[in-house]
Design a protein around this ligand. Sequence first.
Ligand code: MN
Length: 321
Amino acid sequence: MSFSEAANFIRQRQRFLITSHVNPDGDGIGAMMGLERALRKLGKEGIMILEAEPPKIFSFLPEYDRLKSLADFQHAPQYDAAILVDSPTLERVGKVADFLKPDIPMLNLDHHVSNQYFAPVNLVEPTFSSSAEMVYRLVVELGLAPDSGCAECLYTGIIIDTGRFRFSNTSPDTLRAAAALVAAGARPDIISEKIYEKNTLETTRALGKFIASLSLELDGKAAVGSFENEFITSEEYQRVETEGFVNHALSIEGVEVAAFLKEVEKGKTRASLRSRGGMDVNKLAGAFGGGGHSRAAGCTIMAPMAQAKAQLLEQMAKRLG
Ligand SMILES: [Mn+2]
């Protein structure tokens, strides 16, 4: 379906249940909240429900407390239609699916290439950087100019999914959407600071530890960093957020594939994998029963750190040719 058809889907209805996938990221949350604000401008109502409490990191977004979790509801609220954003399958919304009555119209708005077209009405656009960029396009289609709050939410979704306009999904249209959102009041400096400059001291120290642990393997084409079980089970580690660490390994010149190994339990090692060359880390992770995307994937190797690293390097070596 097209954006104009999706706009009609919205015009014809009054009260919407809006949700996204479990463990929502900034795109899922930004797209939900930007859409909800646009609905309000149209004199409509959006009830935003996630399976669990939304992550605190995005609580700087205006009226964040409008995001509810299942714990806030005894039973499903009344609504005319559901809109699922950024969720490639119906299962991905978790237990919110129990609130989705089969006879109620549903719009699936997503940009994942793996989207299953699970709803009666599907607006799936894999060429868009983010669900937030799609919501921006929909807002324009609805004849609205985003207010500054809406712009902040959608800009946040776009920078999360484009890695701050660095990934290959950053299109001319993405940048035009971002420009319009900044013109509408989104502040790139403030949003970036709120998201990316919120590390705990423990996280910053742990990044140093990760970087110190790096080794170059396979003629410098692979970089591997690791955290031992002793560190992961320490008191200090409770305040560590390792999101993005592995990218430091991938940023070393000549490195095509990077891994971050964590011995999460004795004899059980979790691997985060990233690539920027030809190696498909989805397939690499698949060799250990994991998966993900071609450039970002993960798996669990049932072995202690040293053996897990050896097994992983063996699989990498085969794929580097
Ligand atoms: Mn997304």
